[in-house]
Structure formats: C-alpha cells, structure tokens
Design a protein around this ligand. Structure first.
Ligand code: NAD
Ligand code: NA
Length: 399
C-alpha cells in the first residue's frame, strides 16, 4: 500500500513505517556520532517511550551507553491491513535496531496510568533485568483514568484569571491570526489538568517500583517540564498546564525522600520547545516555535529531541565528576539555549512583526511543517513515498 499523510487539524491520521524506521536510524546515528556516554545508565525503564522526548531518551540510553531498555507507551498496533500509529512504528524500528546491535529491548503497550500496566512492567523487570537504574517519565496525555478512584480526568489548555489573546498560526495554511482563549470558569479544570499532567502518576510508579524491589541502589528518575517565554505564560506556564508542571516539579522533593535509603535521586529537566504531537495541540506555541527555530538555526544552536536528550544524559545526568547542574529551583535546564537573552530578544522582536504576509520569510514555518510530518514518518529524506510501504512490521517483544 502507498501511504500518504492525511491530516485533521493538528493530528495526522496516517503514519509511514519506512519513514519511521529511517527517522529512528537517524537518531541512532546522531547518538553514536557523539561517542559513548561514560558512567551512563545500564538498565532503563522509559514511560512514554514511543515518540518525542521519551523515544529520544530511550535511543540515547541504548546507543549512548549500551543500556537494556523497557519502553511503556500507548499506541495502536499495525494489524491485518490496518495501519499502526507513528509511535508503534517508531518502537518497532527501535527494537529492530536495538536487537540488531545485541541490546535488550522490550516494550509494553497499554495505559501507563493503570495499576495493571505498572504490575506487568514490574514482572517484566523482575524476569529479565532484576532491577533498573534509571526511570524516565515522559508521558504526555490529554486524559487519565485514576487507578484508585476510577475517575476519568481530562486536562485542558486554558489561561487562569482572564482571557488571553495573542497571535497564532495554522501551520497547514500559513495563516497568522489572533486567537482569544477563555479562562478557566469552573472548579474542576485546574485539578483535572493536575491529575493528568502533574506528578501523582510519576509518584505512583516510583512507589510501586520501589515496593517491588526493582529499583537499583543509586537509581535516578527524571521527568520533563517546560517554562518558555513570557509571551506564552498565560497559556502555558501560568495556565492550567503550568499548574500541572508546578505539581510535577514539586514531586521531586517527595521522590527524593522516598529514594533516600537507596541513595536514589529524582530530577525534573526543563526541555526546549519542540515540535511533537503534544506541543502542536497548544495554541500560540507553534508560531513561537517557528520563530525560535529560525533564530536558533541562524545561531547554530538549534536542537531536536535527540540532541536535547543526548545533552541531558551526557552533560547533566551522567557527568564524569558525577555533578548535576541545577537552577535555583533545583531543576535541570536543557532549555538554556532557548532561553538565552539574545535568542529571546530576537524572537520577541520578530513576534511583534509577524503576519501572514511575512511568515515564510521571517519564521521557519517550513521547518515546523516538515518536522510535524517527520513525526509521522513523512517527508523523511531518502524515502520513496510513491513505493509500497513495508507494513509487515514484526515486533515480537511488544506485549
Ligand atoms: P509525545 O506526545 O511525543 O509523547 C508522549 C508519550 O506518552 C508517547 O510515548 C505516548 O505513547 C505516551 N502516552 C500517552 N498516554 C499514555 C498512556 N495513557 N499510557 C502509556 N503511554 C502513554 O510528547 P512529548 O512532547 O515528548 O512530551 C513528553 C514530556 O515532555 C511531557 O511531560 C511534556 O510536557 C514535556 N515537554 C515537552 C516539550 C515540547 O515542546 N514538546 C517541551 C518541554 C517538555
Ligand atoms: Na515522549
């Protein structure tokens, strides 16, 4: 079958297995080109391992320090003439390459918020690895069914207090327009968003892994956060999602207590704004990313998820002297190049000027668009999209 992109809003409904394989290979090549990460992790659990930062974390661990990896994610498998999701093809590709390199790699496809998937993961660790020395928590989801109460929480992307108006772009049509987003007007949106994207599920994972005895002495765990520029504060950091990120960041203290007797430690890493399936759903942010890419590419400081995660592991989490650089709030910062004063000043200037007419000239909207399609295995260099796709993707170790 010939597979072409089919989009609905900010979602792409199709995915290309050969493109996904090539994209994973490109990430692997990048990690290898940076050399071995000395003192890196050896047995790694990645929760949210199929796309975005989680996939790049898994690739970095495996191909940067020969780690055995278990990946947990929620994807639709390819089956009998039905297409799988991008994250399924990514994971199949990762496992193929990892196994070819002689690395242990198995995956669990299911709801990471559930008790069942946590139990299944613990059984797999016990059976195959004994313990893990790194747990990466990289879930991004619009909803969570709470495992103890059964309540289905839906997260929202809303400002708090007053309406927020700013520029936004439809990256398919290239039209820049003003969007106004109404603030939270009830008592449930904030707690629901915290329930989905805050730290409780990360805590549940670490508690249950610890209780089962599958965390190694000196274990590390890391989750991902975002801050960004003032112009997106109302919709991001000071909005509903920002409340969830505050909660996630506060969970570090709780987990450090919990891990103390194992000499374990937990971190939040604040990462750069990047094109992923999750970030493309946020209003205003894609236009900001298009300008950010333009400025950072011109300066030679642009990074994608794999460059970010390779730098996180090599220069932050696993340094040669064992020291981990933190900001005044105790967070790892790999958004440092995004937040550099000169970068932010240029983006702010362009933000005031940007219109539909000058979009392709002063922003990297083309780069944004291409990266969006790349997430689904499309527009990957070297792939012939007029040819039948290889849909016969065998993944025996995905349970
Ligand atoms: P993503 O959408 O690419 O990845 C999300 C992952 O979570 C996928 O592997 C998906 O399968 C998995 N997942 C979702 N729901 C699940 C469920 N119920 N059970 C099991 N797996 C599930 O997202 P991303 O952008 O890589 O985000 C990962 C983290 O990084 C989030 O905390 C996000 O806030 C943070 N972050 C993102 C950006 C950005 O610009 N994209 C910047 C900084 C931080
Ligand atoms: Na991820």
């Amino acid at each position: 079958m010939i597979i072409q992109p089919r989009t609905r809003g900010f979602i792409c409904l199709t995915a290309h297995p050969d493109g996904a394989l090539q994209a994973v290979k490109n990430q692997i090549e990048y990690v290898k080109s940076k050399g071995e990460i000395k003192n890196g992790p050896k047995k790694v659990l990645v929760i949210g391992a199929s796309t975005g930062f989680g996939l790049s974390s898994r690739i970095t661990a495996a191909f940067g320090s020969d780690a055995a990896t278990i990946g947990v994610f929620f994807e639709k498998p390819a089956s009998e003439g039905k297409m799988g999701t991008a994250g399924w093809y990514n994971s199949a590709a990762f496992e193929k390459e990892a196994h070819a390199a002689g690395l242990y790699a198995k995956s669990i496809n299911g709801d990471a918020f559930s008790d069942e998937v946590k139990k299944e993961t613990i059984e797999l660790i016990k059976k195959d690895l004994g313990q893990v020395d790194l747990v990466v928590y990289s879930l991004a989801s619009p909803r969570r069914t709470h495992p103890k109460t059964g309540v289905a929480h839906a997260s929202v992307l809303k400002p708090i207090g007053q309406p927020y108006t700013n520029k936004t772009v439809d990256f398919h049509t290239g039209v820049v327009s003003d969007v106004t987003i109404a603030p939270v007007e009830n008592d449930v949106d904030i707690p629901n968003t915290i329930a989905v994207m805050g730290g409780e599920d990360w805590k549940f994972w670490i508690e249950e892994l610890k209780a089962a005895g599958v965390l190694a002495e000196g274990v590390k765990t890391v989750a991902y956060s975002y801050i960004g520029p003032e112009l997106t504060f109302p919709i991001y950091r000071n909005g509903t999602i920002g409340q969830a990120k505050n909660d996630l960041e506060a969970t570090v203290t709780v987990l450090n207590d919990l891990l103390k007797d194992l000499n374990g430690v937990s971190y939040v890493s604040v990462n750069k704004a990047l094109v992923t399936q999750s970030s493309s759903a946020i209003p205003v942010v894609p236009l900001y990313i298009s300008l950010l890419y333009k400025v950072m590419k011109a300066k030679g400081t642009h990074e994608g998820t794999i460059e970010q995660m390779q730098r996180l592991f090599a220069d932050r989490l696993y340094t040669e002297n064992g020291e981990v650089a933190l900001d005044e709030a105790g967070r790892i910062r790999v958004d440092d190049w995004e937040m550099a004063d000169d970068v932010q000043a240029e983006v702010a200037k362009l933000w005031n000027e940007i219109t539909t007419e000058n979009l392709s000239e002063i922003s990297d909207i083309e780069g944004y668009r291409k990266e969006f399609f790349n997430l689904f295995g499309f527009e990957i260099d070297g792939i012939d999209y007029e040819k039948d796709a290889n849909e016969n993707v065998q993944v025996t170790s995905i349970e």
